[in-house]
Structures are given as structure tokens and as C-alpha cells.
Design a protein around this ligand. Structure first.
Ligand code: AMP
Ligand code: MG
Length: 403
């Protein structure tokens, strides 16, 4: 019997991205917007700064009053007012100075600030030992941002600097695509969260790992669940959560060719497609919808699970909230040792990248059961499907998992 051809990694990536699609824009408070992406441009509702203010601690003056000041013949002006930051400012009479702090409003009538270093620091009368041109050390209203201009474009990723700008402008809500809401469900009758597993049991690592990966991708892991290898139990667990507004159900385990493949047995008859992808690790994959949610079913071996997440789920999650860079940064690096790879399968091997040397060291065996090695790696070495061996020194694509 002819075996059906394996699906390419790129085709399965497209399928998962299409399943998740693009989430509808919604307003969110600024304090919850970090890492999200603007769905609409932001226009400055006011100017920054919003009033003329001092760029230095010093004295507000009229430039013409101090035009003749020099170290040998200082100009002495009465200090008529003190303007700390936060005070409303005032009016400067000709022939006087106001002591002014950085950020305080420039008094009307002043056209320059003399820095304190150019004075004797007087509080009743100040001696000024140099001239300053009109405009010196004044931050004029609107010099940074003019009211009505676009300060952030649609597609901008909201980081600390953007949050700072929006806060300064009084913008407290932004329109973004929301974080995708993900239900993470491990399957396997061998799994337990008991710190002391019984004979034959192992601790569930995938639900912790995948929930962390979901959050790391900018999505929300709304629930972390576990189901035994029993179809009614598994479906019951999913059904109980579907009302919570779930964008993605992410399962692990139960998708390969053995007996007791609970995910396949439960969701296969309900329209979820189970496929073999031409990749190592992570060949068996499931994808489709259940209720209103997208479903992605990852294999159970922890390394396969996380590598599959990296390849298929992370970019789709990031694309669903509009991230301009859904994929990891790919760099080229030279292998420190020779590698082999199965014909016809794209291999994503764990590695350690040395950016300074431009080299990458394969980290642990290519098989899918090596969680200890996975945790020590910082990149994935991406070997194309047609590669079967490469010598040390060959240049390869490397996904930087730290970026
Ligand atoms: P499966 O894909 O369900 O056949 O699982 C493949 C292998 O991965 C088995 O050795 C499982 O015990 C292991 N495995 C499956 N799920 C998990 C999990 N959540 N945590 C740790 N190991 C798992
Ligand atoms: Mg299993």
C-alpha cells in the first residue's frame, strides 16, 4: 500500500496560522497593553511638552537684561519669585529674575533660562556671569510632539517607551488585537501532579511547559488541564471550559499510532485532522476546530511538544494579535560538529549558539525524549528536508530562542 506523502512544515504552519486567523481589535487599558500591537494609529491629543518650561535648574530672565554679563562684570538681578516644578508659573517683570527648576513653567515675559552654574545661586539677588541668547534652555510647548500628529502607527508593538509616551499624552486606553486565550490540556493516564508518582507514573511536564510557552508568546494560558486516556473524560474536560471564551485548545499527547491515543480517538471523529508532518521531532500533528475554538494537538514527548509549539503555534499566536515579527530571528552559524538528518524530513535540532564566534553546537541527540538537553539549549538548528548530513563548519539556519 503506498504511504501518503508527509505534509511539509511550511504547509502545516500555514494551516495553523489560518485556523487561528486574526483576532478582532478591542480597546484595552494602557496598563495591560505591553507586548500587544496597535490596531489603529494614535494621534496626539495634545502637545508635548504642553507648556514652555525650563530645561535646567537656574534663573528665568529676559536675554536682553543679561546681554552685558561677564565674569568680570556680573549682572545682578533681584530674584522676584521661586518656581519649583509643579508650580503654575507667573509673570516676569523686566529687570528681574525668577529662580526656576527643571520642568517648571517659564514665566510669561522671560525668554531665556540661565543655568545655575553661571550664577552665584543667590536667592534674593542673583549675580549672573555670562550672557545667554533668547531661547536658551527653554523646552518650548510642542517641541517634542505636536498636537494632532500621529505618534504611533498601526502595527507598532507597545513596549515601555510607547507606554511612557501614551501616558504622557493622557492616553489611557489603546485599540489592539487582544491576547489569544489558550486552554492547555495534557493527556496521558501515566501523568500525575503528585510530587511522589506511583510506580509507572510520571510527572506532567508538558502542561507547565506549554502554558509558559503560551504566555511567552504573548497569549494567555487561561487554564492548565490534565486528562486521562479516556475519551469521555477528555471531552468532558474540554466541554466544561468552552464557555470561557477560548481561542485555542492546545493539547499534548495521544496523537500517534499506538493504542489509547485519546486525542485522536476523541477529536478525529469530530472533524479534527491528524496528519504526519515531514519534520523531526514532531511528526504526528492534529489541527482543526472544536466548538468555536481552534485546536492544535501536539505530540506528547516533551521535546516534540515544545519544538512543535515553536514551529507551528508560537508564530500563529503572534500573528493572530498582529505581531509584525511572528517568527523567531534566524541567524546563520557554522556547525561545530558534523550532523546527520533523516532524508525527507526537516530536522529541528537543539543547539547552543555562540554569536561572537558565529558558531552553533548541536546540543544533545536529535531524538524527542531529551528534556534535560532541551533545557540547556538556546536555539534550534534548522536542517532542510533534503539534507542528510553536514560536515563540521557547514553554515546552517539557526532560530534564536532567546530573542
Ligand atoms: P504520547 O504522545 O501520548 O504517546 O506520549 C509520548 C511520550 O511522551 C510518552 O512517553 C509519554 O509518557 C510522554 N508524555 C506525554 N505527555 C506528557 C506530559 N504531559 N508530560 C511529560 N511527558 C509526557
Ligand atoms: Mg499518551
Amino acid at each position: 500500500m503506498p504511504t501518503s506523502p508527509l505534509r511539509s512544515v511550511a504547509d502545516h504552519q500555514r494551516r495553523i496560522a489560518d485556523l487561528l486567523g486574526s483576532l478582532a481589535p478591542t480597546p484595552v487599558p494602557l496598563t495591560e497593553a505591553r507586548g500587544l500591537v496597535l490596531a489603529e494609529p494614535v494621534t496626539a491629543p495634545e502637545s508635548l511638552p504642553s507648556f514652555d518650561n525650563s530645561a535646567m535648574d537656574g534663573y528665568a530672565v529676559r536675554a536682553e537684561d543679561i546681554a552685558d554679563a561677564s565674569p568680570d562684570s556680573p549682572v545682578r538681578l533681584p530674584v522676584a519669585a521661586d518656581i519649583p516644578a509643579g508650580s503654575p508659573g507667573g509673570d516676569l517683570a523686566p529687570g528681574t529674575a525668577h529662580r526656576i527648576m527643571t520642568g517648571a513653567p517659564l514665566p510669561r515675559g522671560a525668554d531665556a533660562v540661565v543655568e545655575v552654574e553661571l550664577t552665584d545661586g543667590g536667592t534674593d539677588v542673583v549675580a549672573i556671569t555670562g550672557a545667554r541668547e533668547a531661547g536658551s534652555f527653554i523646552r518650548s510647548a510642542g517641541v517634542d510632539v505636536a498636537a494632532g500628529t500621529t505618534v504611533l502607527d498601526a502595527g507598532a508593538v507597545i513596549g515601555p517607551a510607547q507606554i511612557g509616551l501614551l501616558a504622557a499624552l493622557g492616553v489611557r486606553e489603546v485599540v489592539v488585537r487582544p491576547r489569544p486565550r489558550v486552554l492547555v490540556c495534557s493527556t496521558g493516564s501515566e501523568l500525575t501532579e503528585d510530587p511522589e508518582p506511583d510506580a509507572g507514573q510520571i510527572r506532567d511536564s508538558n502542561s507547565f511547559m506549554l502554558a509558559a510557552a503560551v504566555e511567552d508568546a504573548g497569549a494567555v494560558a487561561i487554564r492548565r488541564l490534565w486528562a486521562a486516556d479516556d475519551v469521555p473524560t477528555f471531552l468532558g474536560i474540554l466541554d466544561a471550559e468552552l464557555d470561557a471564551g477560548v481561542d485555542l485548545i492546545l493539547t499534548s499527547g495521544g496523537v500517534s499510532a499506538g493504542a489509547y491515543e485519546v486525542v485522536k480517538d476523541a477529536l478525529g471523529p469530530r472533524g479534527v485532522e491528524f496528519t504526519k508532518v515531514a519534520m523531526q521531532p514532531g511528526m504526528p500533528q492534529g489541527s482543526g476546530t472544536y466548538g468555536d475554538a481552534a485546536v492544535v494537538c501536539l505530540p506528547g514527548n516533551p521535546v516534540s511538544s515544545l519544538v512543535s509549539f515553536e514551529v507551528f503555534v508560537r508564530p500563529a499566536l503572534r500573528a493572530s494579535y498582529g505581531h509584525p515579527r511572528p517568527h523567531r530571528r534566524v541567524v546563520r552559524a557554522a556547525l561545530t560538529e558534523a550532523v546527520t538528518s533523516p532524508a525527507g524530513k526537516r530536522q529541528l535540532r537543539r543547539g547552543r549558539l555562540d554569536p561572537a564566534a558565529g558558531t552553533v553546537e548541536p546540543w544533545g541527540p536529535p531524538g524527542s525524549g531529551f528534556l534535560g538537553w532541551l533545557a540547556g539549549a538556546d536555539c534550534l538548528i534548522d536542517l532542510p528536508a533534503d539534507v542528510t548530513s553536514l560536515d563540521a563548519g557547514a553554515t546552517v539556519d539557526v532560530w534564536d530562542l532567546t530573542d
